[in-house]
Structures are given as C-alpha cells and as structure tokens.
Design a protein around this ligand. Sequence first.
Ligand SMILES: Cc1cc2nc3c(=O)[nH]c(=O)nc-3n(C[C@H](O)[C@H](O)[C@H](O)COP(=O)(O)OP(=O)(O)OC[C@H]3O[C@@H](n4cnc5c(N)ncnc54)[C@H](O)[C@@H]3O)c2cc1C
Length: 177
Amino acid sequence: MKRTTAIVVGAGPAGSACALSLARKGIECIVLERGQKPGEKNVASFVLLTDVLKHLVPDFMEDAPLERAVTEESVILLGRNDVVNIRARYYGHLKDSSAFTAYRGKFDAWLAGKAEEAGAQMITGATVTDLIIEGGSVRGVRVGDDELLADVVVGADGVNSVVAEKSGLVSRQDSSM
Ligand SMILES: Cc1cc2nc3c(=O)[nH]c(=O)nc-3n(C[C@H](O)[C@H](O)[C@H](O)COP(=O)(O)OP(=O)(O)OC[C@H]3O[C@@H](n4cnc5c(N)ncnc54)[C@H](O)[C@@H]3O)c2cc1C
C-alpha cells in the first residue's frame, strides 16, 4: 500500500493553497482531485480578493488568469415598491491591485499548477470515497478499491466534504428537510 506524508483531498482554492504551502516546506504531499483537471467542475466566475494570494504567490499579477480589476460595487436593497442602489467606487483597489474578476475553471487550474511547480503531486480523476480509520485516527483514504496512507489527511473537498463526514466531524444534512 502506498504511503505519503500528507494527502490533500480536493484541488479547489483551499486544497491547492494548502498543497503549495506544504510543498514549499519540503513536505511530501499528494493532492487527489475528482475532476479530470482542477477547476473542471466549476464553471462560475467570481470576485477574487487577493489579500491572502498576495502572500502565497507574491508575483501573481505576472501570470494569474485574471479578467478585470474590480473598481465598483453595488448594494441593492429591494423594497415592496422601491429599489435603493448604493454604489461604491474603489480607486484604492486599482492602486493596490486587490480585487479582480476571474473564472474558477482557469483560476483553480493555475493555482494547482503553482502547487505542482512547488513539488506537490496532483492526481486527477480520483474521487475519495472513504477514509481509513485505525484506533480513532485517520490513517489514509480510499479511492474506490485503491488505498493511500498518510501521516496527515487534509479535507479540502468543499461544502459536502466526504472527509468531514467520514471522519465524524459533520453529519450529512438530511436533504428531505
Ligand atoms: C454562488 C456562490 C458565489 C460565490 N462567489 C464567491 C466570490 O465571488 N468570491 C469568493 O472568494 N468566493 C465566492 N464563493 C465562495 C467560494 O466558492 C468558496 O469559498 C470556495 O469555493 C471554497 O473553496 P474550497 O477549495 O474550500 O472548496 P471548493 O471550491 O468546493 O473545492 C473543492 C474541490 O474538491 C473536489 N472534491 C470534492 N469532493 C471530492 C472527493 N470526494 N474526492 C476528490 N476531490 C473532491 C472538487 O472537485 C473541488 O475541486 C461563492 C460561493 C457560492 C456558492
């Protein structure tokens, strides 16, 4: 049975940021992502606030797949008969390069690439289906019939996390409610 130091489940922003940080410290790390490539399952665009990214990838402006700088936000309050629109312009954001629109598909793939460049191993098309638990501790994961052991398993598999559920940290919500 294969063994590594750290398994990260999920190559979304949290998983790739974690893998990048581990790999930079020289910690052997395998990322398991169910999509055929990171970001494949996410077609949405989003607003990227770069406060954390600036520390993680200081030169992100050089090659991150950013679309446009965010310069204005609106808060729209809907009443029964009225609409109030509060618009805010952020010239500071432009100066500091702190908020951008981006596509998750492209951004997730880019950040995962940074983790790989740093030395993390990315395995795609790998859906974690269960955990290996011995003596009350998580010892590894199952991907179908395959097993992978590790000193640490990081659950970065999103809101319906298999890792969180199978480790007993959360119970799956009753969808009939
Ligand atoms: C409608 C909406 C709009 C949003 N807009 C914004 C925004 O504009 N800006 C912003 O910063 N945030 C926004 N968010 C929040 C943002 O989407 C989340 O905070 C972010 O996606 C969390 O990242 P994550 O890496 O924890 O999880 P996810 O992005 O969910 O990534 C989880 C990854 O794990 C993989 N995975 C899942 N299960 C398994 C498994 N069993 N085995 C292997 N891999 C698995 C998935 O394929 C995925 O790649 C929005 C959220 C929603 C719902």
